[in-house]
Design a protein around this ligand. Sequence first.
Ligand SMILES: *Cc1c(COP(=O)(O)O)cnc(C)c1O
Length: 231
Amino acid sequence: MTDSPEHSPVPLAERVERVTGAIADAARAAGRDASALTLIAITKFHPASLVRELHALGLRDFGENRHQEAREKAAELADLDLAWHFVGQLQTKKARQAREYASVIHSVDREALVDQLASAEHPLDIFLQVNLTDDPARGGVRPEELPALAERAAAADGLRLLGVMAVAPLDEEPRAAFARLRTLSEAVTAVVPSARAISAGMSHDFAEAIAEGATHLRIGTAITGNRPPRD
Ligand SMILES: *Cc1c(COP(=O)(O)O)cnc(C)c1O
């Protein structure tokens, strides 16, 4: 049996409580203030009704990694006050559409995307995604190219650069990977001092991310239960 919210032995409210409790514990252990952390519930593959339930439990920030799915859910839930975070790889030609529903795009990783997202419309918050692996197929700019991309993003119209984002590689201790990300964050603040945020930490590594300075946590299955299979 899948661990979907309907069939889960753990009710959704309790999952949310466990996660927020664990975040508070990790923040305390790191000497940080948990209220300065943003919890983003990643609801990919789950129906809009689940977002509605999480909203009723007090969550306001939600993340998706596929443009089509994100756009549909945002439209279906337009009556709710919530912020959509786009965290997946984004095609350049879909950038302007994503700008219409997303409050924050975490996966900006190349100049072409910066240029497409730049706009005189309402400002858009962005993170620059860094690739912490040697595999170029993974999303993210190469660390060497990060400062130049940060300068370009900071100079673009209608973009507010919040900071850096990354996913910990599977074959590395998450704490070590997030320590590298923290160093890369410092390389960005050296050129754009206001871009201090760090988007890092998923269901299995958010405590390590908090220990290394993460400010925006992207947590899926620990809140939602297992994702339903895609058809
Ligand atoms: C799916 C996803 C997450 C959440 O992953 P969990 O392991 O379910 O917490 C976070 N970040 C990105 C970029 C994702 O695609």
